[in-house]
Design a protein around this ligand. Sequence first.
Ligand code: ATP
Ligand code: MG
Length: 414
Amino acid sequence: RRKKRQKEQMELPKAVQTIIHLLERNGYEAYAVGGCVRDLFLHRAPKDWDVTTSAPPEAVKGIFHRTVDTGIKHGTVTVLMGGEGYEVTTYRIDGVYSDFRHPEDVHFTTALEEDLKRRDFTINAMAYDGEGRVVDLFGGRKDLQDGVIRAVGVAEERFTEDALRILRAFRFSAELGFTIEEKTLAAAGKLAGNLRFISRERVREELTKLLVSPHPDRIRDLYRIGAINDIYPAYPEEDGPLLAALNALPPDPVLRYAALFYYGADRQEERAALAEQVITELRFDNATKNRVVKLLALSDTAPSAEPYAVRCILSRAGEALFPLLVQLLQAVSKKENPVFDEMLREGEAIIQRGECISVSQLKINGTELLSLGTAPGKAVGETLKKLLEEVLKAPEKNEKETLAALVSAWNKTE
Ligand code: ATP
Ligand code: MG
């Protein structure tokens, strides 16, 4: 029975099986390859499925009806099937092996080997045909069992070819809880300086994956080898509190980056400026950037579950960011404290009751202020803000007549 279960777990999705079968029927070799094979062995759900094949891109396009030229120059064609895309990439070898028409030809064994050799780590360099045949030329399965990240071939050469692999080593170690094999680690330390040649976007992607992994505290290892010191010079000397906060937070990139920057400076204004600078440099999307910066700008907020205090915090953070702010404050607070859970509950209750926490929820608008005699221009916005202050203190004042009376009184005294 055990055998049967194992076979089930090593089953490729129907679409991937179909792709492999069709390629084989047309006389080519084809395998699932790389991260998806690793994840199959680990019983993890792969993020994407990659197929490697001896078929040249033109042949792949001829065999499948719906394809996209994703990276045709690099031999990658995306095959669309059942609403999903699957990247099918031709074995990457040089021109000498460009006769792809004879699948039995020994060149193809060599070609697959060449394709696997160019991959970064042994655990990422396995191929699987979906029917029990695993091609594992570098001991990937053993390293998976032992929990080891090991470069394929000579680590120094591989990191010299592409320094991003250094970050990937630490990212996989954090995602999988693996240790980095000694020579691989030594080579990473030796060549970490080359990371300055890698595009910020690629660095960001790896750093983010490391931070949202089950072991975000492995960022410490990156810092130790000098991999991120240029990118984030404010990393704290005493990093225990940071690592504890990272581990305590849920795996949300906004929260984990916020924790990283929290310990980069002493005051919320400095933290926000630091976050803005680093995150801009890493070419983050604006939505993420704004959220992280805003959290840090509020990161000195005193925790309180008192309704008025919570309304003020909700108003400043906004409904969407409020729970994240509370989680951040909790993660960086040194003591256990029930106040954070109470804050979250009070925040929910305030929203449930529909109490006003933003200018847009006021029961009066700018046009109405004008008819009450407020001067057009800046005064309108300022008056709305003053009204919000009143309503935050006393939610029951959010009635059109009450607000209008306040405004009339203010306009009279001016
Ligand atoms: P993830 O689960 O994050 O997708 P992955 O291992 O699938 O991890 P990808 O970036 O999707 O990583 O790459 C797919 C495969 O391509 C890898 O498993 C590896 O075999 C190879 N690969 C990717 N990037 C590199 C690189 N920089 N150097 C060498 N091989 C690489
Ligand atoms: Mg992948």
